[in-house]
Ligand binder design. Structure first.
Ligand SMILES: [Zn+2]
Length: 495
């Protein structure tokens, strides 16, 4: 059995006025041929799960194309055209295939095609014909579209947020795909969109209100006729009609069972929708709580969430902290190539007033200016061996400078945006989280798995920026209406 692997992954924030270009994919992940297998094999990504699951089954993984760019604005039309040209050319040259495993992110938006994943999956289906099984894995931050659902035979979504189960989901997709060849009954999928936008602040699978929902999903999974159950939380920073929650249920040939269980889940959640009203923590309140908590306290900067498309250079939280609580020692990482260059000019051991962060057009606060000593400068590469949000094992921040203020606060300045999912970002460079009172983290859930062992308290803070948790601060034009909690739903929605 020869099974093609195709991954085109982007989470597109439509509130960011800069397109994601082909260069952004090429500088992140852009792989064809055997290098695709070498890159993912042994890691924690769903493509690693595809490879491992196929090889365990004695199937042959056939690398087609895998590409990824960090979340940013919508994918430009030219970039989408080039991505699909590469994918379709590689597919045509791949020889005879028996099935396909795909990994769209599920929240990609392009310049002219708002349902980018639905679009390329439809093109894929047209190329391979109606009979080839296509099974995929999507992020639970997908905005599930009817096209994604109708072009794939089955989809499964990550179950965990932070995403530490990506590899398992890849293997789950393989086990569903195998049933097309090894079982009499073929997998069938039902989907249901739910008119709820689930605020990012409430999207942790480690706490309520989602723990109760997870119990309910587990109960449905215990039905022997059910192969897979997924909850889509949605990605609220894409202003598209599909934005919001959804469920996907895959059954073993019994379409009525899949449809019934999926509908019941949607109705059950809609009835309980009022538990999904967020209660956001202000910067001031977060610092009050931090003062009385065991140190170090991790402050999750929700408005400057790099994993949601923000530039990770916002000084809004850092400026408040240093002004209101100058006695505390802070650690923060800011994307700022100009400050890195300036630190290199000053040189290791030198001191000067440096302007840090706050330079991108989307940044909600001006740069932080402070007298700092350049502690170290290095090439910002590090590795992570444990499963972490995103499934990545190798990290690169570009040239990186560590600078220290007079009270021992440390700011890491990076030439490239730095994904905060691994504490090796500190540990690998000789920084001990215990040496700080406050660690500012440019994510909402992505840093949690890594930092919960270092920070007795982690607080999600309602900060400004292009990934603000205050969804009322965005002007939506394309989302569906009514959508709770923006609007109350008509009474029949919950019956
Ligand atoms: Zn995600």
């Amino acid at each position: 059995m020869r099974i093609g692997i195709l991954a085109i992954q982007h989470e597109s924030n439509t509130f960011i006025p800069e397109f994601t270009e082909i260069e952004n994919f090429k500088e992140a992940v852009h792989l064809v041929g055997p290098s695709l297998l070498d890159f993912y094999r042994g890691g924690h990504h769903e493509v690693a799960g595809f490879i491992e699951g196929l090889e365990e089954a004695g199937y042959t993984p056939v690398p087609i194309f895998a590409t990824f760019a960090f979340p940013r604005g919508p994918v430009s039309a030219a970039a989408l055209e080039e991505l699909w040209a590469t994918a379709s050319e590689e597919l045509r040259g791949a020889g005879e295939l028996d099935g396909l495993l795909v990994a769209p992110h599920g929240a990609a938006v392009s310049e002219h095609v708002h349902d980018m994943d639905g679009w390329w999956l439809s093109e894929l289906r047209a190329l391979v014909g109606p009979d080839m099984p296509i099974v995929g894995v999507i992020d639970l931050h997908a905005n599930l579209s009817p096209k994604m659902a109708s072009t794939c035979n089955a989809l499964v979504a990550y179950r965990e947020n932070p995403h530490v189960d990506q590899k398992e989901r890849g293997k789950e997709a393989v086990s569903i795909l195998r049933r097309f060849f090894e079982n009499a009954a073929k997998p069938v999928m039902a989907t249901a969109m739910v008119d709820i936008v689930l605020n990012i602040d409430l999207q942790s699978t480690l706490s309520e209100p989602l723990l109760t929902v997870i119990d309910r999903l587990d109960a449905v999974r215990s039905n022997p006729g059910i192969l897979s159950v997924s909850m889509i939380m949605g990605y609220p920073y894409a202003d598209v009609p599909e934005m919001g929650m959804a469920f996907m249920v895959v059954a073993d040939g019994d379409v009525e069972l899949a449809e019934r269980e999926c509908r019941l889940l949607a109705e059950w959640v809609l009835e309980r929708r009022h538990v999904f009203s967020p209660d956001l923590l202000s910067i001031e309140r977060a610092l009050e709580l931090a003062l009385s908590s065991e140190k170090p306290v991790g402050l999750l900067d929700m408005g400057d969430n790099m994993g949601g498309g923000a530039p990770s250079d916002s000084t809004a939280l850092l400026r408040y902290c240093t002004r209101a609580h100058p006695q505390l020692r802070f650690f923060a990482c800011l994307w700022d190539p100009a400050a890195v260059a300036e630190a290199e000019r000053i040189g290791k051991g030198g001191s000067a007033v440096l302007s840090m962060g706050g330079k991108s057009p989307m940044s909600p606060a001006p740069p932080l200016e402070a007298l700092v000593k350049v502690r170290d400068i290095f090439d910002g590469r590090y590795s992570e061996s444990k499963p972490r949000h995103g499934g990545w094992t190798e990290f690169y921040m570009g040239r990186t400078a560590l600078v220290e203020t007079e009270n021992g606060s440390t700011i890491m300045l990076t030439a490239l945006p730095a994904f905060p999912s691994s504490a090796q970002q500190m540990l690998a460079f000789g920084l001990d989280p215990k040496d700080f009172d406050i660690i500012i983290l440019k994510g909402v859930h992505s840093p949690v798995t890594a930092y919960q062992e270092h920070c007795p308290t982690l607080l999600r803070v309602n900060t400004p920026g292009p990934t603000s948790a205050d969804l009322a601060s965005f002007t939506y034009q394309n989302r569906r209406r009514p959508l709770f909690p923006f609007e109350e739903l008509p009474a029949e929605s919950s019956s």
